[in-house]
Design a protein. Structure first.
Length: 163
């Protein structure tokens, strides 16, 4: 959806992470809200958040999904010099720097199939709670044990939201 007004406003970010490479499938749900100038900027920030969490977890191969075709085309191109809009250049550069040396792909997903991330983003937008929320289905640890995905999420989101 195009923006008619490019002024700073609150946006919800929703990130849904699935890791099937370990002994047990991990599902992680991340919500955050930030101030952005456009929908495109919020989507770029969500991809950067996902990339940062993936990097913190030590994954070297990842697939990302976005419902924005121009962003998928940009990240899969051979040249990263012209992002879809100049206002997201710092976010696209952050995404690429975060994943430097890693294998990744960004695919376009139909919005109708992106319901989990979309729902998380709407919940984060409507939330009056802290800017970060995380949940995981991992049963590899108890609630009192360290949770690497949760710890990575909070480390990443604190630094992203502070900037």
């Amino acid at each position: 959806m195009p923006d008619s007004n490019n002024y700073p406003r609150k946006a919800g970010l929703g990130v849904f992470i699935i890791n099937t490479s370990g002994p047990q499938t991990l599902l992680a749900f991340v919500q955050a809200h930030i101030t952005v100038d456009s929908v495109l900027m919020a989507e770029a920030a969500a991809l950067l958040l996902a990339a940062s969490i993936v990097q913190q977890l030590g994954f070297t191969n990842a697939t990302f999904f976005t419902d924005n075709q121009s962003k998928a085309n940009f990240y899969n191109s051979s040249s990263f010099s012209n992002p879809p809009h100049w206002k997201i250049k710092s976010l696209t550069a952050g995404f690429l720097k975060t994943l430097e040396g890693n294998q990744f792909r960004v695919h376009k997903i139909q919005r109708s199939l992106n319901t989990t991330a979309h729902s998380l983003a709407h919940q984060a937008y409507r939330s009056t709670a802290a800017a970060i929320s995380f949940s995981s289905t991992s049963t590899l640890h108890s609630t009192s044990d360290p949770c690497p995905p949760r710890d990575a999420c909070f480390s990443v989101t604190r630094s992203l939201l502070a900037s």
